[in-house]
Design a binder for this molecule. Structure first.
Ligand code: IPE
Ligand code: IPE
Ligand code: MG
Length: 257
């Protein structure tokens, strides 16, 4: 089997003070615009600028993976004109930003079910991924038409297509290679902007032991300072992975000795 990063339910991961992997639900674009008497789409436009700032900040801080939720499998339920605006924004962004990401040594990946996107968008996704495939400073993953339940179902189906005899006996290790993000460590820190305290079908499997951080700041207003505050909060947490505090202190004592 490929050499995958450890699973938090199987092996206790190393904990770096700067999170290796940050996952973000970029929420609040519509409300940001509404507060300014602007159409919701203006909020999405400003949201792209916030993302640009956060990507560069993560790269500068040495974060290795940044995974952002751009469009959920449930967002198709929005009004048609908002959905088509988001699709064209996505296309423009891929076409315009790919070269900039490449220049900054950033690798771009897209996760989610692409079958519902049009050919042009699918092509742009593939081109941007190919262009940046060998970059090493930061992996930016955009979740588009992504749902955590879709991810698990899709992985099970793909695994069983390849190994039908595993149906009764498969383990976490058998399934893991088929999940989105299997090549990345699980997120250390999850950030949701916009005040809502829910996961909204984001990385259900991968967030098992992630530290959760919620802020009222609306996504278009989120920037480097807010990211620093989220990381500072993360650095104060005690990540126990099922163990007791005393066990952690013991381990610390031994490490210091
Ligand atoms: C997040 O902002 C962006 C997407 C879901 C595409 P919203 O559009 O959900 O903004 P609010 O939550 O309505 O303010
Ligand atoms: C979650 O935000 C999805 C994205 C940010 C892409 P939503 O705005 O769609 O989530 P709910 O509907 O408030 O849970
Ligand atoms: Mg929202």
């Amino acid at each position: 089997m490929a050499n995958l990063p450890p699973s938090s339910t199987r092996i206790i991961p190393d904990i770096a003070s700067v999170p290796r992997h940050i996952a973000v639900i970029m929420d609040g674009n519509g409300r940001w615009a509404k507060q300014r008497f602007m159409p919701r789409i203006a909020g999405h436009q400003r949201g792209v600028e916030a993302l640009r700032e956060v990507v560069i900040a993560c790269r500068d801080l040495g974060v290795e993976y940044l995974t952002v939720f751009a469009f959920s499998s449930e967002n198709w339920r929005r009004p048609d004109d908002e959905v088509s605006f988001l699709m064209s924004l996505f296309l423009i962004m891929l076409e315009r930003e790919a070269a900039k990401l490449h220049k900054n040594n950033i690798r771009l990946k897209i996760i989610g079910d692409r079958s519902r996107f049009n050919d042009k968008l699918r092509q742009a996704m593939q081109d941007a991924e190919r262009l940046t495939a060998n970059n090493t400073a930061l992996t930016l993953t955009i979740a588009a038409n992504y749902g955590g339940r879709w991810d698990v179902m899709h992985a099970v189906q793909a695994m069983l297509r390849e190994y039908p005899h595993l149906a009764q006996t498969f383990t976490e290790d058998d399934l893991r290679p088929y999940l989105s993000m299997s090549d990345a460590p699980e997120p250390d820190l999850f950030i949701r902007t916009g005040g809502e305290q829910r996961i909204s079908n984001f990385m259900l499997w991968q967030l098992a032991y992630t530290e959760l951080y919620f802020t009222d700041v609306l996504w278009p207003a989120f920037g480097r300072k807010n990211l620093d505050a989220a990381i500072a909060s993360y650095q104060k947490r005690e990540r126990r992975f099922g163990r007791t505090s005393e066990q952690l202190l013991d381990k610390q004592g031994k490490a210091d000795a």
